[in-house]
Design a protein around this ligand. Structure first.
Ligand code: CU
Length: 501
């Protein structure tokens, strides 16, 4: 039951906007009416079926300009007051989360709850599930927390995510017996805002296009704020487009590292989140094998690894058993010859060096190595529908797109792909570009092929196709897009929309 007047008023306004857009001569008038809307009864019905505890978790978030301290250097940025890498939002599965967002930024914004199968009208996508929240405006997000796990949130407007506007969202299952003594949230980020440029300036620079230096192997070369020749074999070639002066763990660069303390022998659950804009990380803890237990919030059959690769938007949970001493916690920025570092300290010993190397005696784990546990595997069933998302475009024109169409966030329904509630849907990410892309689907957690892990964000290597499946059980209008902030900003997004009836 929703009795929040502001929300209702807002939804009415949103419906008017959609109608007006249809009348304004765009071709989608009939299309718009044939798809389930964010304010529809179907969305309410799906929400009413979600398990609820009756407890409400309330938070106030203000998105605003601020100054952060990066190892003694001040950087002007935009961030949330009320949440950050080290100030997560946390609740139990079934709790209602109520977040009062105030926008004190000079630009419109929204909040997207990454990875959650939540009610569509709370998904935070401007002009698709809500109107953008204008400067000086406010919006009340309210939804039931649907699944336990490691999630996060960030704006879904332009390239705002590449500022300080992000924080973890952790959902606990009180019935889950955690076999560990401590838990740490580890947020990885690549940072440039207020140090060399703003993300908007970088987007403008990239938008001019750049020469294709694919195949060159001379190490990364900085040109303005962009990068040439940053390659990683783990990513099938070109690793990233953007130069970052700093890499952070929990908001701190290697010169002023976060220190995690524990007692030797303690089991520690790590919740690792890649909140970066354009950087894949190889993560590990020196001299500590990882037992990977979850991908994007969902449990997997435990997998032993030395390190794990995370694309932007991906989350992995892993358990370590703390040794005695001080150890480097390292997130290598793949292809960029730099890294984020933190410290695990359980005893005396000097802190590890900023350039402490993560060993690579074994291939780092990726999603392809992992299997879902039976309890979360999708039941065997033939797909009713296959949606092909061909990843297209390149660096020369910076025309990243899906199926050759660049998303216009003013009319996100223009090229929407349809599906129907109740279907088993196969989503085929076909990468026809020369670069890897971390592809993300909103509102659903699909499964990788062959009993693979449940995920909502997956690395798709150049020239490869990844076919995933999900059950269409969350009606509404959902984005699927590249989680490289600059690729998404250039238009590498599409809308997947439930059809009426
Ligand atoms: Cu991409």
């Amino acid at each position: 039951m929703h009795t929040d007047l502001n929300r209702r008023q807002f939804l009415a306004a949103g419906a008017l906007t959609l109608t007006a857009a249809g009348l304004a001569g765009c071709t989608s008038t009939s299309k718009t009416t044939s798809f389930v809307g964010p304010d529809s009864a179907a969305v309410e019905k799906a929400e009413s079926k979600r398990r609820r505890t009756g407890t409400t978790v309330q938070r106030a978030l203000t998105a605003e300009p601020t100054t952060v301290d990066l190892a003694g250097k001040e950087a002007k940025t935009w961030a949330f007051t009320g949440a950050s890498a080290t100030e997560p939002i946390r609740g139990n599965i079934g709790d209602t989360l109520k977040v009062a967002l105030t926008n004190d930024l000079p630009d419109p914004t929204t909040v997207h709850w990454h990875g959650l199968a939540l009610r569509n009208d709370m998904d935070g996508v401007p002009n698709l599930t809500q109107k953008p929240v204008e400067p000086g405006g406010a919006f009340s997000y309210e939804f039931v927390l649907p699944h336990a796990g490691t999630y996060w949130f960030h704006p879904h407007v332009g390239v705002q995510q590449d500022r300080g506007l992000y924080a973890p969202l952790i959902i606990d299952d009180p019935n889950e017996k955690g076999d560990y003594d401590q838990e740490w949230i580890i947020v990885l980020d690549d940072w440039l805002d207020g140090v060399i440029a703003t993300p908007d300036q970088v987007m403008k620079e990239l938008g001019k296009g750049m020469m294709d230096h694919g195949g060159m192997d001379m190490g990364p070369m900085r040109m303005g704020n962009t990068l040439m020749g940053a390659t990683s074999p783990l990513l099938g070639g070109d690793a990233g487009d953007v130069y970052y002066p700093l890499y952070l763990i929990n908001g701190r660069p290697a010169a002023d590292p976060e220190t995690f303390t524990a007692k030797p022998g303690q089991k520690i659950r790590l919740r690792i989140i890649n909140a970066g804009g354009d950087t894949a990380f190889r993560f590990g803890v020196a001299e500590h094998p990882l037992t990977i237990t979850h991908t994007d919030g969902y449990p997997i059959q435990p997998f032993e690894a030395e390190s794990v690769v995370l694309g932007m938007g991906e989350r992995y949970d892993a358990v370590i058993t703390a040794g005695d001493g001080a150890f480097a916690v390292v997130a290598e920025a793949l292809g960029k010859q730099d890294q984020a570092v933190a410290v695990l300290r359980t005893g005396s010993g000097s802190a590890p060096a900023k350039d402490a190397k993560l060993p690579q005696t074994k291939a780092p784990a990726t999603a392809a190595d992992l299997k879902a546990i039976d309890a979360v595997a999708l039941p065997q069933r033939a797909a009713d529908r296959t949606l092909v998302l061909e990843l297209t475009g390149g660096m020369e024109k910076y025309d990243w797109a899906i199926n050759g169409k660049r998303m216009d966030m003013e009319q996100p329904m223009r090229d929407a792909l349809g599906l129907k509630e109740g279907e088993r849907v196969a989503l085929e990410f076909k990468n026809s570009t020369k670069m890897w892309h971390p592809m993300h689907l909103h509102g659903h957690t699909y499964q990788h092929p062959g009993g693979g892990p449940r995920k909502d964000t997956s690395i798709v290597l150049p020239g490869k196709t990844l076919r995933v499946e999900f059950d269409a059980d969350n009606p509404g209008r959902w984005l699927s897009h590249c989680h490289n902030v600059y690729h998404g900003g250039a238009g590498m997004m599409t809308t997947i929309a439930y059809q009426q009836g």
